[in-house]
Design a binder for this molecule. Structure first.
Ligand code: KG4
Ligand code: ZN
Length: 338
């Protein structure tokens, strides 16, 4: 259906995003305004700062998305907005922005679960069929989802503590590397020896697809402190070797749990989304597991793996096609399991 165009609005974490997407999977524009610099001095995302920045930037992001697509709101079929889960101030800012546009134009409004946005991205980028398995690995999320339809998700397992991106960020902090930590740790790890420090493989001894990353971080902290006590500080090689050991442990755990998920739920495709999917070693490990299980592996382009408005517009289109509509009573939900 080429005639359908949705505006997607996303503001549940630290990216203010708006995009225009067509019913035949074309991304006409996708604007992402990152708040990384605003939070840099605080060592993490400050919810109040995030909410205020979203409120300031949302209208601009929508205007820019329309301008880049060369369209006015007259050409739009409907408005999709992240209604949760996420930081409540940011989600509220997005929902209010979407309601304002819907009220002003009379366009239909569709509330979208942020996780559904990530989970449906392989349908936008590659037009894949159901069912498939989605491993969502970001700074805030970590779960295995079996996707059977636009609103048919089964959670096979997930983290019982930190998300993997959060663990990468905490390790970076321990080693005095800049944030976000994932890319920094990956760069250090590329020059390190993953065998020098034995780190645990959390929850591998337990059946199922649940994961844990906080123990891994604590084990890395102990190694760091032992080195500092013994040598009076950290050498470059120590930092590199710790990063390599940590990344290998995360890759191995994600790979083994993905293997189990594919046994529990044999589907033709393993897809991955979230910022951690940028990690080359982790990607390679997952690709290997998928190949062994006879499944295809799919990692959408990184700009569509991390938070963006296009995935929300697309999830809105999928829900709209199922007949979902929301009214002016659409609520922002900080917690909203799929
Ligand atoms: O999906 P995302 O952009 O934002 C949300 O968390 O919603 O993911 C960001 C997370 C950060 O924790 C970052 O450190 C991590 O993804 N990350 C990586 C890499 N690039 C980003 N982790 C490991 N290796 C990477 N190359
Ligand atoms: Zn996300």
């Amino acid at each position: 259906m080429t005639d359908m165009i949705f505006l997607g609005i996303e503001s549940s974490c630290d990216d203010t995003a708006a995009a225009l997407v067509t019913g035949d999977r074309r991304i006409l524009s996708s604007v992402v305004s990152s708040q990384t610099a605003l939070h840099a001095d605080f060592g993490g995302i400050v919810p109040e700062i995030a909410a205020r920045a979203h409120a300031e930037r949302l209208d601009l992001a929508v205007e820019q998305a329309l301008a880049e697509a060369g369209l006015s709101l007259d050409a739009v079929t409907g408005i999709a907005v992240t209604a949760g889960p996420g930081l409540i101030g940011g989600v509220m800012a997005g929902v209010m922005c979407a309601k304002g546009i819907a009220a002003g134009t009379g366009l239909p409004l569709v509330g979208v679960n942020h996780l559904a946005g990530h989970a449906l991205t392989p349908r936008l980028t590659d037009g894949v069929d159901f069912p498939y398995l989605m491993l969502l690995v970001s700074g805030g999320h970590c779960q295995f989802l079996r996707v059977d339809g636009p609103d048919a998700f089964t959670r096979l397992g997930g983290t019982i503590d930190d998300a993997p991106g959060e663990a990468f960020d905490k390790l970076a902090k321990l080693l005095a590397l800049p944030q976000p930590g994932g890319p920094q740790v990956e760069a250090e790890a590329a020059q390190g020896d993953p065998r020098r420090f034995p780190l645990p493989r959390p929850l591998l001894d337990r059946p199922g697809c649940d994961l844990s990353f906080s123990g891994l971080k604590t084990a890395a902290l102990r190694q760091r402190d032992a080195l500092i006590a013994a040598q009076g500080g950290l050498r470059t090689t120590d930092r590199r070797d710790l990063c390599a050991a940590f990344q290998s442990a995360v890759a191995e755990v994600l790979a083994e749990k993905s293997r189990r998920a594919l046994v529990l739920s044999p589907v033709p495709l393993l897809a991955v989304a979230g910022g951690v999917a940028a990690n080359v070693q982790i990607r390679a490990a997952l690709e290997h597991v998928a190949a062994e299980a006879g499944a295809r592996f799919l990692a959408p382009p990184l700009r569509l793996c991390t938070d963006n408005g296009a995935m929300i517009a697309w999830a809105g289109i999928e829900r709209f096609r199922l007949g979902h509509r929301d009214g002016m009573d659409l609520a922002a939900r900080p917690r909203w399991p799929l």
